[in-house]
Design a protein around this ligand. Sequence first.
Ligand code: AKG
Length: 246
Amino acid sequence: MNQDGGENELCSLSPYIISNIPPIIYYIPNFISEDDELYLLKKIYEAPKPKWTELLNRRLQNWGGIPHEKGMIPDTIPQWLQIYCAMVEKLGIFKNCKPNHILINEYLPGQGIMPHTDGPLYYPTVANITLKSHAVLEWYRPIGGENTSDSSLNTKVPETSLEARNFARILMERRSLLIVREDMYSKYLHGICEIKTDIIDDKVVNLSMCEGRQIGDKLNRDARVSLTIRNVPKVMKNNFLFGRRR
Ligand SMILES: O=C(O)CCC(=O)C(=O)O
C-alpha cells in the first residue's frame, strides 16, 4: 500500500469499473460465497425484533451507531459483521479508515427506496452487498443536472420528471458487491423502484458483467437484504462520552 493508503488495492478493482457512466462505480459479482450468504442471513434474521426499524417501504437494522453531524456515538459492531467489513476494508476504498457503520435493509417484493444521495455524514464511498434476491438500482441526474459538463449526459431538453432524469440502471445480483465513489456518490441520486418484477433493458449499464442475463429478461423479486457498509469519519471520543455522563 502506498502513503495515500489503498491505491494499489484500487488498481486491482479496475476490471470491475462500470463503463459509460460518470466516475466511479465498481460491480463485483459473487463477492461472497453461498455459505457466506447463508451465514449472514441467519445472523441478520436472528437479531431480536426491536433491532428492526419498520419503515413504510422497507425495514432496517442499524449497526455501529447513529450518524450525526456532531459525531456518531459509536456502538459495538458484532463479530459476524466485522468479518465482512474487513473484506471490504481490504479493498482500500476507505483509504486509511475502517468501515464503522452498517445499515441492513430488507425489501419485500414491491418495496424500494426513494431517490436520494447519501449525504455528507459519511466518507464519500459506499459498499453494498446484496443477499437473497437481485435489485435494480436506478440512477438519476439531480434537478438542473441537464447542464452537466459531462458530455455523455448532456441534453438540451430541460428535465424535471424522474423518468427523464433516470440515466442508468445497475443490476445487483445476489452475493455481489457494489462500490460507489466520486461523482456517482456525491452528484447523482440513486433509488430502487417499488415494483415486483424488473425488466432488463438497454439502460442496464452492467449487463455484460451479469452472467446469463440479457435484454428482455423479466426478473421476479424475492425478499432482498442488503448491507450498506460505510465509514462515518466524525465519531465521539470515549472520554467525551464519559465526561457527559458525570
Ligand atoms: O439497499 C440498497 O441497495 C440501497 C440502500 C441505500 O441506498 C441506502 O441505504 O442509502
